[in-house]
Design a protein around this ligand. Structure first.
Ligand SMILES: Nc1ncnc2c1ncn2[C@@H]1O[C@H](COP(=O)(O)OP(=O)(O)OP(=O)(O)O)[C@@H](O)[C@H]1O
Length: 288
């Protein structure tokens, strides 16, 4: 079963077009939405939240179409925006009193526990909080109503490496009961290397791939070889190539064809998601 189904969505802005994007976030798993700046990650998340309306296609969240009976499914979503959506002039305690009544499953004890765990002082005004504190506060609020679906737009932005790792662990634990689902966007792919089950990659408003992380990492291969091997046919076989003084480094999206093409004449390496994003985005820039 899928917690989120995005089907052929599109959106036209003045200098940007999102086109024909389809992917799912399966229930019980963590799905990462990756892409460079301006790829369209926030736009898609806002569409899932019903804040932006798609020009084409449709989205189903927890079995309901977005835009209809929104309040019902939104009760079950914990949403972390990439913008500050809280009233800056209130303290964290006061803001909580504004937000909590909207949720019928608000769990005050859980909220207090997260505030303690994240070392957040209740009486501090939101405007006086650091970027990381605001993010931690948004996470505490989002988790305190026990959402079955957690949707987060760049949740690790502004977090120090220690809390970043703690948050990723907390998210892994959060889905252990297999009833909860997480979708989060990031351009820091190492977050996904650690915890994502599925990865959806967007570039310039287009879907590059959507698959399980393991299958993606198995399909792609990073190849290092000497310059003499690099002719036009070889270049065409790569998603992207980087020439160095000693030779080349290229990314292939088809491991078995690459092995039959190069045999033992090159070195093969397992790429990271960052390598895949780097070569894909770099090549697209050159071709445009
Ligand atoms: N309301 C709007 N009006 C016009 N253009 C918009 C609007 N909202 C977003 N865009 C454009 O859509 C494109 C995608 O933006 P979006 O914020 O979805 O990207 P992103 O992948 O989240 O990027 P980042 O990683 O930098 O946050 C950008 O070119 C942006 O300028």
């Amino acid at each position: 079963m899928n917690a989120i189904e995005v089907q052929g969505i599109g959106k036209n802005y003045k200098n940007y077009e999102l086109s024909d994007v389809t992917f799912e976030a399966p229930k019980g798993y963590i799905t990462g939405l990756i892409g460079p700046n301006g790829a369209g990650k926030s736009t898609i998340i806002k569409m899932i939240m019903g804040i932006v309306t798609p020009d084409q296609g449709g989205i189903r969240v927890l079995g309901q179409d977005t835009g209809k009976e929104e309040a019902v499914y939104k009760q079950k979503i914990g949403y972390i925006s990439d913008e500050n959506i809280f009233y800056d002039w209130l303290s964290m305690e006061q803001m909580k009193k504004v937000v909590a009544p909207f949720y019928k499953d608000w769990d005050e004890l859980a909220f207090q526990r997260y505030m303690d765990q994240f070392e957040l002082p209740m009486r501090k005004k939101i405007k006086d909080c650091s970027k990381g504190m605001k993010m931690k506060y948004a996470i505490a609020i989002a988790l305190a109503h026990n959402p079955s679906l957690l949707i987060m737009d760049e949740p690790t932005a502004g977090l120090d490496p220690v809390f970043r790792r703690e948050l990723l662990e907390l998210l892994s634990e959060y889905i252990l009961d297999e009833q909860r689902t997480i979708l989060f966007s990031t351009h820091v792919t190492t977050d996904l290397d650690r915890i994502a089950d599925y990865v959806t990659f967007l570039n310039r408003g287009r879907l590059v791939f959507t698959d399980t992380k393991d299958e993606i990492l198995e399909r792609y291969v990073l190849i290092k070889g000497g310059k003499e091997l690099l002719d036009n046919d070889v270049r065409q076989a790569f998603v992207g190539v980087r020439e160095t003084s000693l030779g080349f480094e290229g990314l292939s999206a088809d491991r078995s064809s690459a092995v039959s093409m190069f045999g033992n004449s090159v070195m093969y390496q397992q790429p990271t998601l960052e390598d895949i994003m780097y070569f894909t985005v770099k090549e697209r820039k050159v071709r445009v």
